[in-house]
Design a protein around this ligand. Sequence first.
Ligand code: ADP
Ligand code: MG
Length: 375
Amino acid sequence: MDNPNPYSSQHLLAELFPPDDPLEESGSLQDRPLQAPAAAPAPVTKAGPRARRASSKSSKVPVKGPAKAAPAVATPAATPAATATVRSQVPAAAPAPQAPVSDPTVPSPAPWEQRERYRALGQVVAVVNQKGGVGKTTSTINLGAALAEQGSRVLLVDFDPQGALSVGLGLNPNEIEVSIYDLLLDRTVSLPQVVVPSRVPGLDLVPSNIDLSAAEVVLVSEVAREQLLKRCLEPAQKIYDYILIDCPPSLGLLTVNALTAADSVIIPLECEYFALRGMALLMDTVAKVQERLNPELRVMGIVATMLEARTIHGREVLSRVGEKFGDKLFKTVIHKTIKFSEGSVAGVPILNYAPSSNGAQEYRDLAREVVGRAS
Ligand SMILES: Nc1ncnc2c1ncn2[C@@H]1O[C@H](COP(=O)(O)OP(=O)(O)O)[C@@H](O)[C@H]1O
Ligand SMILES: [Mg+2]
């Protein structure tokens, strides 16, 4: 695109990490088109450190073809990654324009700081529950999509080695060359190299794959091992309004990293008989992180998921959760519907797969509650 949107997250990323060479300037990160064309989208191509290490080999992260029922979804045809690949193939050219001479004693504000109205909220929210299958990934994707739909810039961080969030947004985890693992443990990797635009406007992601399962072992010997993710996400807070971290189903070092990086926690709780089992341990972990690593951390709320409204049992569980957690329980309840699984298979959030479904509406309501509680 000739006129990239100067307020898009991609453009701001490019500003935050200024290019080292003039070519980077000409291939500046571009905004995405708002409508998906009828044709299959171009693959998202990553030219990250591993690809560079392998010199001639350029890596590909293809995104599945457009879902047939995804009208508002944009194609990632002009992604930063794609542009990066183009850059790597073009020989050196024109020099960068000269910057105006300024007084070196006066620190000049960074470009994004000059734009008061686009200052990002920078809220980091960890979506946590050590139980698997309670709706963490589904909630991260759909809450993120709903926040983006309502005008926020959103970054989703896939922090589960199973990579379900990346898959749910159409990526093939085996083809991800640069992931959250590299960002965490390779100091030469910076945020723009791992951020992939999703097919939803305003919604980007940092993908993950099985590489991350090694991180827990490697992290043990790192200095300030609990703070690595926090350090990685600090620049993202200047660009995105919401950064949602999809945690793995454990309370290990990865989850502790997420809690240390977060301003707040959302806990999805499946409305089933054993829902409250493990909650004490989870709350205890949050309290310990609060005490030792992140005093600002708070529990934003608990979201009841997969409620089968027709069964008495589901409603009983919900009322018990309400009694126990009071105001911490979000008013919005997510009901059980097959549309969520169908959306994951299609590689898009339910908001795009079935925009007028109850499930989509529920996540829009949840997003409004989150905005209210975050500010
Ligand atoms: N509200 C819901 N109704 C029906 N199925 C759901 C709902 N939320 C999630 N699921 C499905 O349940 C499974 C587990 O959800 P997921 O979000 O992956 O949980 P977690 O990340 O906690 O392991 C997935 O197959 C997902 O599609
Ligand atoms: Mg998950």
